[in-house]
Design a protein around this ligand. Structure first.
Ligand SMILES: [Zn+2]
Length: 393
């Protein structure tokens, strides 16, 4: 959003801002280029049941996590110029979050034309000359004449950062891509202390370079991969997977539709002290079987043949509360239906502390785990048929 002004002589009060089969605030009203207002919640019948569900169960229209985006996007689709949203609880939370100086990083937004504002109780009172907390089922919408004159300032600061990508072109199928990734950022310096990030994710970036070197050597010796190999070290992982999201959502250097798989390495140099059973020569695998049965089978097979790492699927369980599947860069590929494997040693006492230092890396394990990723990538790049996506939605 840019620093600017918003002026309007009328506001369309859309009540709850809902459009559903059982209830709609819109009807035939045209909100193109209008400033609209709606509140949180959804209508209830006199007996306490919800109008939309017909039961005691609330619908998505008042689901805390979904409702604002749903209502806002609906208004956007219908051409609204700006949205004023009144939800006192969310306002209080947002005021806390945005009132601090630490801020939050996000990708630069590309939507500059639609503005939305959380408004507080005083603003509602000033606009409507009354408190508004709910509507009865007969209320659809109304257009009120008022004076809205809003100056707003963008407080965000632009920061630049880079992903680093390299490619070895395939000899037979150069337009199909296998991506090996890790993240190059960590926590930086806080209160004068360097957060070293040797395991998170020095181990991954080093492994990516070693794997790239092996592929480059093979190519030089006349045995280059049939498909193209992309080596991608992304930025901003610790700030919310920003680098990988920029790659997949804003600027895929190579078409996602031609991207065969993503092997993502995030922490493979240490041992999880909470892991009580099994060999030290292990790695947690996450995601391998979620989209492609073939990928899982290839991973198992090359491991048996070449590396013999104990493959631990503890965190691959959909019900695991840690939800690691959603927490590193591979997720941005998986959400695009690209099969992924996430290689991860689990957390430890030095996780996200300055003490994550190189002397604590178990180099023999790091080497063997990197070989596992290499052999898997090698098979994906060289097999006759591209692996198939046979699972997922
Ligand atoms: Zn990490």
């Amino acid at each position: 959003m840019e620093t600017s002004q918003l002026q309007a002589g009328e506001i369309v009060n859309l009540g709850y801002g809902i459009q559903d089969d059982a209830f709609s605030n819109y009807g035939t009203i045209d909100i193109k280029d209008k400033v609209v207002f709606f509140i949180n919640g959804e209508p209830k019948n006199a007996d306490g049941t919800y109008v939309i569900s017909g039961t005691k169960a609330a619908s998505k229209w008042s689901n805390f996590r979904e409702e604002f985006a749903l209502k806002r996007d609906l208004a956007l689709e219908k051409g609204a110029k700006a949205v004023l949203y009144y939800n006192p609880d969310v306002f209080a939370m947002a005021a806390l979050r945005y009132g601090t100086s630490s801020g939050r990083m996000s990708l630069v937004s590309t939507d500059k034309n639609m503005f939305y504002f959380l408004v507080n109780t005083q603003t509602v009172k000033a606009l409507f000359n009354k408190d508004i907390t709910s509507y009865d089922t007969s209320f659809k919408n109304e257009t009120i004449t008022t004076t809205l004159d809003l100056d707003y300032t963008n407080n965000s600061k632009a920061l630049a950062s880079e992903n680093v990508a390299a490619i070895i072109r395939g000899s037979e199928k150069p337009d199909e891509y296998v991506i090996v990734s890790a993240h190059l950022d960590h926590e930086g310096v806080k209160n004068g202390e360097v957060y070293n990030g040797a395991d998170d994710d020095g181990s991954g970036t080093v492994a990516v370079l070693e794997i790239a070197e092996a592929f480059a050597k093979a190519k030089k010796d006349g045995h280059g991969p049939k498909r193209s190999m992309v080596f991608l070290n992304v930025t901003g992982e610790e700030k919310g997977l920003l680098g990988s999201r920029h790659y997949t959502d804003n600027d895929p250097i190579f078409p996602l539709a031609n991207t065969v798989a993503n092997l993502n390495i995030d922490m493979i140099g240490r041992i999880d002290p909470k892991r009580k059973e099994g060999d030290r020569n292990y790695i947690y695998l996450i995601g391998s079987d979620k989209l492609s049965t073939e990928l899982h089978e290839i991973s198992e097979k090359v491991n048996t043949k070449y590396t013999n790492v104990e493959l631990d699927y503890t965190y691959n369980d959909d019900n695991d509360p840690n939800r690691f599947y959603y927490r590193s860069d591979h997720y941005n590929f998986a959400k695009n239906n690209i099969p992924v494997i996430f290689y991860f040693n689990g957390t430890h006492d030095d996780y996200h502390r300055p003490s994550d230092t190189p002397d604590k890396i178990e180099y023999d394990l790091l080497e063997n785990r990197a070989r596992l990723v290499f052999y898997t990538a090698w098979e994906l790049a060289n097999r006759d048929e591209r692996i198939k996506v046979d699972k997922g939605e």
